[in-house]
Design a protein around this ligand. Structure first.
Ligand SMILES: [Zn+2]
Length: 457
């Protein structure tokens, strides 16, 4: 079937152009001058919209299997479709945690049956003898959590935590041999342990105390871990991806590592940009924790995104129920941490563009082009002939208010409830097929395909 997107300004080679997009089946067949597309094509009217490549979100907590009271692969990928994400990578903190070839097989089967958008999955690089075999199953990356929760058993269970330096060194050696990239949640567990003990001894388990614990010493818990990881990457040749970039020193470390030729990439998550102020924590408590990001760090993160030191924006979409958050008012260490975001991250970024925080070329690169490039998905992330027809039509001017009622997750809440923003996703296509049109999810579970790296490693 041939489809034709007409009238939109199409983001091609770094800028918007008045072109029509010809879609042949699952692929983009051509970008042609307005009105010169095939006359027998099914027309999609993109007048007044911009067309950008579908987002590639490499950091999504789908919760299935194991935590489907929070979310499942259908509700998760419905939100992806609504939010302009056409490919997601799931994370391994599931039950069972994804650590073996069998675990990975089982998870990939679930996606194949349920996912509305294209997908991959990042297994934990925890069991050394499983690392190399899992590379043969079409994954694009591995994940390591340097954090293990205290006071709760989720979302960072001990089963997949790795923070011993020797263990990290061996895991990175093993991942280096696969040629794939290792995503790491940087965290200095030893410093966290002593700092939180001090708050607990004083009887303070508030959300504010939790935020200040994580941000202690202007960010040493993240900074020391990031420095260690970059040094280990240099020593082992392991390609490294730092998740949760949120401090000035992490940004400087990324810059310096690249200058030395160390292959390290970094991602920012929505909560570091749009939440995470102490005033947010005062108002919403554990609902916005993730982390406390002091203002000078947030400003540096925005600048690093525009400059390109930060490579990509991932949602770190992390749904939890109200009950799992409410307990945080009395004991923030017992509340499950993380914030949902995949449904609203792209519109929030468009709004930020209007406010001069980010340019459109950098926005598209952060959300789509860079993650596809870094993780080897050569048919994703750009609008070009031969690419998958993963296309998002954005109304950059529409003003609307995010509400809990609009949430497509099982949890029924968003930390952005009540925010009025300018910029909305009108339509999302995954390989030429509509999955979101004018406020309705129209994609079918099972439409998503395994997006395997196409590049030689
Ligand atoms: Zn995460």
């Amino acid at each position: 079937m041939t489809r034709l997107i007409t009238g939109a300004d199409v983001f091609v080679e770094g800028r918007l152009r008045p072109l029509d997009v010809v879609i042949d089946g699952e692929h983009i067949a051509g970008l042609v001058n307005r009105g010169t597309g095939p006359s027998d094509a099914e027309v999609i009217d993109g007048t007044g919209r911009i067309a950008i490549p579908g987002g590639v979100d490499v950091h999504v907590h789908t919760r299935e299997p194991g935590y489907t009271h929070k979310e499942d692969l259908i509700t998760c990928t419905r939100q992806a479709a609504a939010g302009g994400y056409t490919t997601i990578f799931g994370m391994p903190n599931l039950d069972p945690p994804t650590m073996t070839t069998d675990d990975l097989d089982a998870v990939l089967d679930l996606y194949a049956a349920k996912s509305i958008v294209d997908y991959n999955h990042n297994p934990a690089a925890k069991l050394l003898d499983q690392i190399s075999p899992m590379a043969e199953q079409g994954i694009a990356a591995y994940k390591i959590y340097m954090v293990v929760d205290t006071g709760r058993s989720y979302p960072h269970p001990a089963a997949i935590g790795v923070h011993d330096h020797g263990d990290l060194y061996q895991a990175m050696q093993a991942v280096a041999e696969t040629g794939l990239r290792l995503m790491v949640h940087p965290h200095d567990q030893a410093i966290m342990d002593v700092v939180e003990q001090a708050y607990w001894a004083a009887g303070d388990r508030s959300p504010q105390a939790y935020g200040k614990t994580l941000a202690v010493g202007d960010g040493i818990i993240w900074d020391t871990a990031t420095a260690l990881l970059i040094r280990l990457a240099e020593a082992t040749g392991c390609k490294l991806h730092i998740v949760h970039v949120q401090t000035t020193r992490q940004i400087e470390m990324l810059r310096q590592a690249r200058a030395k030729g160390i292959d390290v990439t970094g991602e920012v998550n929505h909560w570091a940009l749009f939440l995470g102020r102490m005033s947010d924590i005062d108002e919403q408590g554990s609902y916005v924790l993730s982390y406390y990001v002091p203002d000078h760090h947030r400003e540096a993160v925005w600048a690093a995104m525009e400059e390109g030191v930060v490579d990509m924006l991932s949602s770190d979409h992390a749904p939890h129920t109200r009950e799992e958050k409410e307990i945080g008012w009395t004991d923030a260490w017992a509340a499950h941490t993380g914030t949902p975001g995949i449904q609203y991250q792209l519109p929030l970024m468009i709004d930020a563009m209007h406010q001069g925080r980010i340019s459109l070329p950098r926005l598209v690169d952060l959300v789509a082009t860079a993650p596809a490039r870094v993780f080897g998905l050569d048919r994703k992330g750009t609008l070009a002939p031969g690419s998958d027809a993963d296309i998002v039509l954005v109304d950059t001017e529409r003003e609307w208010t995010i509400t809990n009622d609009s949430v497509l997750s099982k949890i029924g809440w968003t930390p952005y409830d009540g925010r009025t923003i300018r910029g909305a996703v009108d339509r999302t296509l995954v390989r030429g097929t509509d999955v979101w049109v004018d406020g309705e999810v129209v994609g079918e579970p099972g439409h998503g395909k395994h997006a395997t790296p196409t590049r030689e490693r």
